[in-house]
Ligand binder design. Structure first.
Ligand code: ADP
Ligand code: MG
Length: 565
């Protein structure tokens, strides 16, 4: 199959490329970071596969990235000897097919350049960022283990189509050649490239090499043409294994962008060496923004697991609980065996220990933010609060910690921003109050205007206003906090006498007079209601719907239906 074919990008990819080229132009040097990041991932993958199958290394075990400048041809080449790609992989990874969520993402763009470039960064442009500086990109690759004749060449001008061809490629790995646009000659300058690599890619574990500028012969010196030596541009050791005081903020942030495929700096991170039952290093980040696939079943990225610096797997589910799936970073174990399969790792008790440790670390980091950097915590909550709340059915080991981190809207602020903790609420409880009251509804407005709140508002008793879909799930699992029961204002009989709310005594004559009305209503509503009763919970509205204690509320029924139960 050595035929050359020309294929078209999906419309979405075309649009994405155009947008990206325009909106990321002011930050164009990031293309190099993206290509180096890919090369590094490819080498990580190869190293892992080679644990099982050493022949994949083909006698060339020194993994590295090489940068090559050709001033005459005006090209910059980034070459790696990593895992490479097959023809199918090239087509699905690099080419035509838009990622899930692309269409939706494009719909969110506003036309405001600053806002859009932040969004595009968040979406992740990766390889495509080459087209910011290149008017033609040639990628040549061969999968490790494939025969020389199974090489692939992909080429595109970023204008809607690309060609793909099968050809001989003597060595494994991937070579990306950028034919620089007019005006981008700066990227042919070794000194400039060195600066960019140090700035954005110093944390890469793999050596990034480039030939030194040839030293021009001094006057009188004989002109010897020596192949210029190569130099390594980065520190080329794992960032997480370096002592903390030798890592700058910027390096932490750039490393985050590499592991998370995010363009924005993270919100916070925690870097620690853990000793005990398991010895490992963890460098965990809280992103500043939710990724596009936060709500998808198979998120693309997670936490990377290394064993003694060798990449083993990336997993969004096994290394932290599902409700913390937004956490990014690496865990490097000193104890796990290298030559285990992913399947065995999935079942490992040692992984469970690491997972428990990481969960505590993340919760600790969040507590620290909540206490000392409230604004950042609020930012975290606004992005990830809804995912975090899923911990209701998952987080038992650190229950109080988890519950303490929850934030809600309440009648105290009457705002839709979820800013109040359960502790805040308890601090404002009335004398004699021993219950945390909440109301659930389909929207914030509906919660806020619920007739169930009338008696509470009139007595100044705070009520949590719950309107996220997941909230019913939270209150059905979280029965109490600091020994205060949670109770729905819409459920069962409300007894507010302890709070000095007198039960208004109905005159017997009232009951008698109301009886025909209740009967008439019951008759009209028939099967739709269990019963029609006289209530003390309303002060202004004539009637409201109440759920029997112990029954599914309307919202919970809707939530369960929405998750397919
Ligand atoms: P991301 O890195 O976020 O997945 P990219 O657009 O940077 O997105 O790359 C898309 C995919 O193309 C990668 O996930 C990888 O499968 C493949 N790829 C890119 N560069 C290389 C490379 N140098 N070697 C092997 N595969 C690569
Ligand atoms: Mg990438």
């Amino acid at each position: 199959m050595s035929h050359k074919e020309s294929l078209n990008f999906q419309t979405e990819v075309k649009q994405l490329l155009q947008l990206m080229i325009h909106s990321l132009y002011s930050n164009k040097e990031i293309f190099l970071r993206e290509l180096i990041s890919n090369a590094s991932d490819a080498c990580d993958k190869l190293r892992f596969e080679a644990i099982q199958n050493a022949t994949l290394l083909e006698g060339d075990p020194d993994l590295a990235v090489h940068l090559e400048i050709d001033k005459e041809a005006r090209t910059l080449t980034i070459r790696d000897n990593g895992v490479g790609m097959s023809r199918e992989e090239v087509i699905s990874n690099i080419g035509t097919i838009a990622r899930s969520g692309t269409k939706e993402f494009l719909g969110k763009l506003s036309g405001d350049q600053a806002k859009d470039s932040a969004l595009i960064g968040q979406f992740g442009v990766g390889f495509y960022s080459s087209f910011i500086v290149a008017d033609k990109v040639t990628l040549t690759t061969r999968r490790a283990g494939a025969s020389e004749s199974e090489g692939v060449q992909w080429e595109s001008s970023g204008d809607g189509s690309f060609s793909i061809e099968t050809l001989e490629v003597p060595t494994r790995g991937t070579t990306v050649t950028l034919h620089l646009k007019e005006g981008e000659e700066g990227f042919l300058d070794a000194w400039k490239l060195r600066g960019i690599v140090r700035r954005y890619s110093d944390h890469i574990q793999l050596p990034i090499r480039m030939k030194k500028d040839p030293v021009p012969p001094q006057e009188g010196e004989e002109k010897v043409i020596n192949e210029p030596e190569e130099e390594t541009l980065n520190q080329a050791n794992a960032l997480w294994a370096r002592p903390k005081n030798e890592i700058t903020e910027e390096q932490y942030q750039e490393f985050y962008k590499h592991v998370s495929h995010d363009f924005e700096a993270p919100l916070a991170w925690s870097h620690a060496r853990v000793e005990g039952k398991q010895e490992y290093t963890e460098l965990l980040y809280i992103p500043a923004r939710a990724p596009f696939d936060l709500w998808e079943r198979e998120p693309r990225h997670g936490i990377k697991l290394y064993v003694r610096r060798v990449f083993i797997m990336e997993d969004a589910k096994k290394l932290v609980p599902q409700y913390l799936r937004f956490v990014r970073g690496v865990i490097d174990s000193a104890d796990l065996p290298l030559n285990v399969s992913r399947e065995i790792l999935q079942e490992s008790k040692d992984i469970d220990t690491i997972r428990a440790g990481c969960t505590r670390k993340v919760l600790g980091l969040l507590e620290d933010l909540a206490e000392n950097q409230k604004e950042k915590y609020q930012k975290f909550w606004n992005e990830f609060g809804r995912a975090f709340k899923e911990g209701a059915g998952e987080e038992y080991a650190n229950r109080e910690k988890w519950a303490g981190l929850l934030r809600f809207s309440t009648t105290h602020t009457d705002k839709s921003d979820q800013t109040e903790s359960l502790k805040d609420y308890i601090g404002r409880m009335k004398d004699g109050q021993d219950t945390i009251y909440y109301v659930t509804a389909e929207s914030f407005a509906a919660a806020k205007n619920s007739p169930h709140l009338e008696i509470f508002r009139s007595r100044g008793i705070e009520v949590l206003l719950l309107s996220d879909r997941v909230d019913e799930w939270v209150v059905s699992h979280l029965e109490s906090f600091e020994e205060k029961q949670l109770h729905s204002v819409a459920k069962g009989d409300l007894d507010l006498t302890k709070l000095g709310v007198e039960k208004p005594k109905l005159e017997t004559s009232d009951s008698e007079t109301l009886k025909p009305l209740l009967e008439a209503m019951q008759g009209a509503l028939g099967e739709q209601v269990k019963s029609v009763r006289v209530s003390q919970r309303l002060t202004e509205s004539p009637a409201c719907l109440v759920v029997e204690e112990g029954d599914l509320s309307g919202n919970m029924a809707r939530f369960l239906k929405s998750v397919g139960q």
